[in-house]
Design a protein around this ligand. Structure first.
Ligand SMILES: [Zn+2]
Ligand SMILES: [Zn+2]
Length: 199
């Protein structure tokens, strides 16, 4: 379903997030006054220069005004803490076709992505652990037989050995001449060990 067209009226109904950042020149306005400023900006289309003058806002460059617009509450709930997620108010020239970047003020989660927020990171770590546990369940202590290693994997392993050989200046001898390898066979543990080192 397509999002219904956003308007300043709708934003007012959803709720404007109070500006807490003291660096923001609009943070000094009381909430009613802030609404009037925004009304002037969005509805009455008063020139930004005029708004800055009228409300004595400490903004030097007219072009900066839209960067200080507050966030508004969207209808989207954060899947992690159930609080209403927010989005930055668009500049009046960008209102049409505005597709908001919705995020959570509580935990920083960004809607629709696995993002860098603490909760997403925890979640993806849990997923990784689950996958490792499943793989462990299947493969732990099972010896990998050489004939079960696929063609591409064999090439990869061979390339890896060859590159190491070149780097350290030794020749790769035929397999049967390795009489003193640790176990005499390639085990799952050896492979997972290599994979986990993330070369
Ligand atoms: Zn959240
Ligand atoms: Zn997140």
């Amino acid at each position: 379903m397509k999002d219904e067209q956003l308007s300043f009226e709708k934003i007012k109904k959803l709720g404007i997030v109070p500006i807490k950042d003291k660096e923001n020149p609009l943070s000094y306005l009381k909430s009613i006054r802030l609404k009037t400023v925004l009304e002037n900006y969005y509805t009455d289309k008063v020139a930004v220069k005029e708004i800055i003058r009228k409300y004595d806002l400490p903004i030097d460059n007219v072009m900066d005004f839209h960067r200080y617009l507050p966030y508004y509450y969207t209808k989207v709930m954060c899947p992690y803490d159930g609080t209403r997620m927010c989005a930055a108010m668009p500049s009046r020239s960008n209102f049409k076709g505005h597709s908001p970047n919705v995020f959570c003020l509580e935990c920083g989660h960004k809607k629709g992505t696995v993002c860098n927020c603490v909760n997403c990171q925890k979640e993806s770590n849990r997923e990784k652990e689950k996958i490792i546990a499943i793989l462990d369940g299947i493969y732990k202590n099972s010896e990998i037989r050489i004939e079960n290693i696929g063609f591409i994997d064999r090439i990869n392993i061979a390339t890896l050995l060859q590159l190491s050989g070149n780097e350290y200046g030794y020749l790769i001898l035929p397999f049967k001449q390795y009489g003193r390898s640790a176990t005499g066979s390639i085990t799952d543990e050896i492979l997972t060990g290599l994979i986990q080192k993330k070369y």
